[in-house]
Design a protein around this ligand. Sequence first.
Ligand SMILES: [Zn+2]
Ligand SMILES: [Zn+2]
Ligand SMILES: [Zn+2]
Length: 751
Amino acid sequence: MLARIIVTGIIQGVGFRPFVYRMAIANKLAGFVRNRGDAAAEIFVQGSESDIDRFIEYVRARKPHLANYANFLVEKSDKEQKFNGFSILASSDEHKFSGPAVPPDVSICDQCANELKDPHDRRHRYFFNTCTECGPRFTIIEKLPFDRTNTTMKEFDPCDNCRGEYDNPADRRFHSQTIACNGCGPVLWIADNKGMYIDCKDPVSFAAKLLAEGSIIAIKGIGGFHIAASALNSKTLTRLRQSKSRKNKPFAVMAKNIESARSFALISDSEEKLLTSPAKPIVLLQKRGDFSLSPLVSPQLHNIGVMLPYAALHYLLLDELPEPALVMTSANPSSTPVIKDNEKAFQSLSNSVDYFLVHNRAISMRCDDSVVRVNSDKPSIIRRSRGYVPAPICMKNRSSDCILALGAELNNTFSIVAGNKVFMSQHIGDIDSLETYQFLKDTVKQMQNLVNAKSDVIACDLHPSMHTTRLARIKAESGKRLVQVQHHYAHAASLMAEHDLDMIAIVCDGAGYGLDGTVWGGEVIVCDKLGFNRVASLAKQPMIGGDLATYFPLRMAAGILNGKVEGLDEYLYSKSDLFTNGRKEVEFILNTKQAEMTSSTGRILDAVSAVLGICYERTYEGEPAMKLESAAIGGTDLGIKPRIDRNTLDTTFLLQHIYENKNRHSTRDLAYFAHSYIAGGLAEMACNQSKVTGIKTVGFSGGVAYNDLFLQIIKNKVESLGLRFIQHEKVPPGDAGISVGQAYIACNMAL
Ligand SMILES: [Zn+2]
Ligand SMILES: [Zn+2]
Ligand SMILES: [Zn+2]
């Protein structure tokens, strides 16, 4: 009997063909397996029916641990075909199935990590050690199928030893496309800050020594460059902050291992699970009371971003370091994507680093580290990149059209829908520079090739002047359908896509273009797949000076409090050195009568942060509100009920109360009060809508949903009233998840 089996899903680059080979041999079958250009694999087997059935059962049940089958099609016939044993054939370039292409990059496996330490192993201390179970995939692929010749490993011809392992079915590197060793693979070297080669015996030991002495080193990793520095040395970190013009933004650290991470951070079971998962993301952890790293790592915050080594190079480097962790921040000069090429790094980082630790394996797709926080015991993905992309998120519905959703303007990602799968891109960034815009365009093209999909529908935001909206219009000119989705509806829809439910959604963020032309950001919307109704919100408040009120939150506070409290002039004049133009600017602010209006939650939290003296200037996105959350940890409730009038939460009262009671209560309790007032008020308004609409589910989305305290208050309130609370677990709540929401709406409109 002859059987033809087509398998789609994540099967290329995961050791699937060698696995099929072993299963065929074990069941005495002849035939072949090969990859196809559309990410499917094709298997032909000849043998007795019972052997073929057992083979199929094995292939289904015992798949390689990184593999994920989407379809498994079997055709049997009585035909006889002559095969010479079982073999792995060269890939065909047949294209028929759309679907997942390659798996995400996977952190180094235990077996490979052990070889690094074994002086008798031929890969002892080899910085690029990988196998069929681990290593880069997404960041090295140029096109499908996932064969070495289609990756950036094509430059390196395997030596005889490596080739022997590659051809040996009993070896765990049988058909490993990234196979390499000290003799034939990529090489590593140290360069000075001009990019000039430095001769040294062991570049890793040399780099570890330099880091311990206080040097700053740019390190080429898997998906881009990091800038590394000692996490203990405040002098070095001051220098790093100055050269990167990064005043306060927290740096992530890479800890030697989980025990080292415990020496400065508290780690729950779910956090440990995330830290040690194959994706090895950066996890935001609460600092220990006796936090021992430099305060300059994450100034004024209660938490710190920590990741564990995920490549052989990291293991080797951290192993030689006398410190528990290393600052590892991604090397992206302001407003540009993370650097991936050596020459570009030498050019643009020579003033900010002392040395380079680089290798000669090119990065095809840049991909930043992913960032996750555990909220209410569930993972809340802040940045979904390395380790997660391009694995799809599955929806219940299938889309008949292929959709490209271009996402938000800040923290951009885009999504492609093929069938019931949403392929979210890696972190693209803020589309405010030519480089990032180009990165977006290039990655759209690459991703369309990888998932083998050409889009028929383009989705984007409603804002007319965003770059993403313009790009969508250009793409739609060739007759494609254009779907524009309001920003906060898209946030809610990204949550609907995960849970496949209609809901009352609380959406809180910094800013999004509303249907009425004002800036929204603290909304309760009742929504389903086909539309939404904004039923409640925070009161609209003036943003004195527009965007300036975002950067200097005291302006926001002044706009809210002007004419409402005693002695505001005096208070603001006493703070005039916080304003760029001093007293003149204060006078101007006090006399401004007209301003852009916003119902943004972010702006209110910022204003509270300024009135409490926690943060007067936003030097990175979310800074005042993040510091306010840190200040509120452990606070007690003042027991004041939110003031709600006609589905609008009175935020003037909140600011007024905090301003007038600054000296009566502790900063901690007032910071807590701001959270409980806004979150409690929004939850109350949302739950009221349940009575009106009969909908029993309340969801929470938007960038503020990263705030654990805020989320807890909403969740408790919703559940105490017997309603169901849902939160994000797979899609980022912030603007990084907007593309999924746009895609979901476009998909349901197309059905
Ligand atoms: Zn491995
Ligand atoms: Zn070799
Ligand atoms: Zn948003």
